[in-house]
Design a protein around this ligand. Sequence first.
Ligand code: NAD
Ligand code: UDP
Length: 336
Amino acid sequence: MSILLTGGAGYIGSHTLTELINGGYDAVVMDNFSNSSPKALERVEELTGKKIRYYEADISDRNALEKIFSENDIREVINFASLKAVGESVEKPWEYYNNNIGGTLTLLDVMRRHGAKNFVFSSSATVYGDPAVIPITEECPKGTCTNPYGWTKWMLEQILIDMQKADNEWNMVILRYFNPIGAHPSGRIGENPNGRPNNLMPFITQVAVGKLPELGVFGNDYDTPDGTGVRDYLHVVDLARAHVKAIDKLRENPGCFICNLGTGQGYSVMELIKTFEEVNGVKIPYSIKPRRAGDIATCYCSPEKAEKELNWKAQFGIAEMCRDSWNWQKNNPDGY
Ligand code: NAD
Ligand code: UDP
């Protein structure tokens, strides 16, 4: 019995694959490598001592999916496959809706044809838009996304909820990630963005390694203690472990289960820079820039539901996240 990880060569997928294999679960990967490299899978083999079965294929490719499902005994799917650059999604909405929603609908159809009705979905804090209440609980208002990427997450959540309502053989675990950063403590796998990073931590590490001259801090006039944006950063290994718990949850036949994944602690851009400098002994030159369009002041979650009902709690703090992000970047300055 195998778990299929779509997008399993990506940042969160490769860490989850490692945790699943180390936990004694059997996994198969499919990835079109549009934002990743098969080298990540070689590194997972190195870390786990296990051969990884993988298919280079797209989740929109029905024939490829049929082949994967007929060659493997798949009961559960964790769907990481998605395009995820917020800015690009504004420029190319069709590509985002087609890849993320179209692809997932094809995947779900092949799954049900093969009687594999257990699904874990990578959703995002972005579904809460500009949150009405902090800390954000699962019941907070949703569906006020500011970009097509966010809408794909919100629309897919609705599709999964409706499908489960209509056919209660389905089990859907919807995980709303806050801000994953960090890397495997070995420094062998980590985040490997294409081109100029959009997110804060990969930008910081690329400045630290000398690939970029300085960091732009997007706004210091927010209504936060130091004026810079506050987010709920989460170590990617903790996030990976939450997916192992999600598989255990699926095996309890929960129907539809939705929860936030974060630490419940907010840190500002300036706090993250300062911690990174202190922990790693490197300087991060920065300058204050205008606010980035669509950004919000503060976003952190209530992790209570995950703790009580998924039996998961983040173990790593911000210092470990900074240490492991830097360990990955300095050992792999050009990525894989
Ligand atoms: P990533 O880009 O590193 O991984 C996604 C993987 O999916 C890549 O390996 C890519 O090649 C693959 N892929 C994309 N489209 C595909 C397709 N049509 N068919 C097959 N493979 C395809 O991204 P990540 O950071 O690991 O994110 C994993 C998931 O988590 C995504 O769904 C993302 O939207 C979601 N998420 C990420 C974050 C974050 O900050 N990293 C936050 C919230 C949610
Ligand atoms: N940010 C920044 N400079 C950058 C990238 C991000 O100041 O080069 C800030 C951004 O405004 C936000 C925080 O860092 O307050 C986290 O941004 P990121 O894009 O990593 O995640 P988001 O929460 O926006 O998805």
